[in-house]
Design a protein around this ligand. Structure first.
Ligand code: NAP
Length: 341
C-alpha cells in the first residue's frame, strides 16, 4: 500500500486529505502529522486520515509522497528535520503560497535520493485549522505545479495525479512567474484588505464609522480576517514581488487621486472612463474571457511599472533604484538576487 503523508493538518492539509479520501484512490494510506496538538485531534475527528502521528519521523518513514502543508516559513525546518527519514524515491511536494524560497530549501536540505516538485492550490479561505477543512475546496480550482530542476517526469506525474484526484486543474508555471503573479492576485488583495481595515479602524471616528460599514466594507475587508501567521509568512517569503505590486497599486491609486483632484473640477468623462474600464476588465475575467492565448502577445514575466513621476512623488530616487533592481530580478539576472530570502 502506498503511503502519502501530509505535514500540517490545518485547513489545506486536512482539506487535501478529505478530498483524496473522497476520490477513493485504491491502496493509499493517508498519514497526517502536525506540531499542534489541537490540529492533530481536529484532523483525527474529520476521519480524513488513516492515522495521525505525533512525531514527524514516524509520519514520513515509508512514505512515497510527502506533502508539506505548514505555514511557508516553517517548511525550512521541516525539510531539515525529515531529510534523514525520507525513503529512496520519495516525492516531496508542498502547498505553500510562495515558491522560490521553498524550492531553494528543497535543494539545500533534501537528500539526492528524493525529488521535489513545488505545488500551490489556488484555493483557500480566511479561516484556518482542520475544523474548516472542506473536501471540495480544490474542485475546479487551478493547482500550480513548479517542478525543481532535478524532478523527473515520474515525480511530476505523482503531483499532477494528486491535483487531478482532488478535482483541481494543474497549471505548470516557472518559479519567478508564480511568485510575481500570485503576488498580484493573492498577496496584494489581502494586503489591500489589511490596509483598508488599518486606515479605517485607526480613525478617531471609527466607533461611529463602524456603524455605517455594510456589505461593501465587509467584502473588501474579508481577507484581513485571514490567519496572521500565514499572511506574515507569505510576506516574509515573497517580499520583492509583493513590493513591486504595492508600488504599481500606489501608482494606480495616485492616478485616481489626480483625476478627482483636477482643477477646477474633475473631468466627468475621465472619471467615467476609469470605472468603465474596470467594469469591463472584471466582467471579462469573471466570464473566463481572459485566457492564456492573450499571453502570447506579452512578455514572459509581468513586471508592474512604476512611473518616474510617481516614484518622485512617493519615494524619490531611492524608490526608482529599488524598482530598477526589481526589474533586473524579473528579467532573470540572478546574480542580483538577494541570497538570503
Ligand atoms: P493552517 O490551517 O494554520 O494549518 C497549518 C498547520 O501547520 C497548523 O496546524 C500549524 O500548527 C502547523 N504547523 C506549523 N508549523 C509546523 C511544523 N513545524 N510542523 C508541523 N506542523 C506545523 O494553515 P493553512 O491555511 O492550511 O495553510 C497551510 C499552507 O497552505 C501555507 O503554506 C499557506 O501558504 C498555504 N495555502 C493556504 C491557503 C489558504 O487560503 N489558507 C491557500 C493556498 C495555500 P500551529 O497552528 O501550531 O502553527
Amino acid at each position: 500500500m502506498a503511503q502519502l503523508t501530509i505535514i500540517g493538518t490545518g485547513l489545506i492539509g486536512t482539506s487535501l486529505a478529505l478530498a483524496l479520501r473522497q476520490a477513493k484512490l485504491k491502496d493509499l494510506e493517508l498519514v497526517g502529522t502536525d506540531s499542534d496538538n489541537l490540529s492533530r485531534s481536529g484532523a483525527n475527528k474529520t476521519k480524513a486520515f488513516d492515522r495521525v502521528e505525533n512525531r514527524l519521523s514516524n509520519a514520513v518513514r515509508g512514505a512515497g509522497i510527502v506533502v508539506l502543508a505548514t505555514p511557508v516559513m516553517a517548511m525550512e525546518e521541516v525539510m531539515e528535520v525529515i531529510a534523514d527519514d525520507l525513503s529512496e524515491g520519495c516525492v516531496v511536494t508542498d502547498v505553500g503560497s510562495s515558491k522560490k524560497v521553498v524550492l531553494d530549501w528543497a535543494e539545500k536540505y533534501l537528500p539526492r535520493h528524493v525529488e521535489f516538485v513545488g505545488g500551490h492550490p489556488m484555493a483557500g479561505r480566511e479561516k484556518s485549522g482542520p475544523e474548516n477543512a472542506d473536501a471540495n475546496l480544490f474542485k475546479n480550482k487551478v493547482y500550480c505545479v513548479v517542478p525543481s530542476s532535478r524532478a523527473s517526469s515520474r515525480a511530476v506525474s505523482e503531483v499532477t495525479n494528486i491535483a487531478e484526484a482532488v478535482g483541481a486543474r494543474t497549471y505548470f508555471i516557472s518559479v519567478d512567474e508564480h511568485d510575481s503573479f500570485v503576488a498580484a492576485v493573492s498577496h496584494l488583495p489581502f494586503l489591500l484588505s489589511v490596509a483598508l481595515v488599518g486606515c479605517t479602524s485607526k480613525s478617531p471616528n471609527w466607533d461611529d464609522i463602524a456603524q455605517l460599514a455594510a456589505t461593501g466594507y465587509e467584502d473588501s475587508s474579508r481577507l484581513a480576517s485571514g490567519d496572521p501567521i500565514m499572511h506574515r509568512d507569505i510576506c516574509l517569503s515573497n517580499p520583492e514581488p509583493i513590493v513591486a505590486w504595492i508600488d504599481s497599486f500606489i501608482k494606480e491609486l495616485y492616478e485616481v487621486r489626480q483625476l478627482l483632484n483636477a482643477e477646477p473640477e474633475p473631468d466627468r468623462d475621465s472619471v467615467h472612463e476609469l470605472f468603465e474600464k474596470a467594469f469591463v476588465a472584471r466582467n471579462l475575467w469573471q466570464a473566463g474571457a481572459v485566457n492564456q492565448a492573450s499571453r502570447v502577445h506579452q512578455s514572459a514575466v509581468d513586471v508592474p511599472s512604476f512611473t518616474e513621476s510617481v516614484g518622485d512623488f512617493f519615494g524619490g530616487s531611492l524608490a526608482r533604484k529599488a524598482m530598477e533592481s526589481q526589474k533586473k530580478l524579473f528579467r532573470g539576472d540572478r546574480n542580483d538576487r538577494p541570497k538570503d530570502r
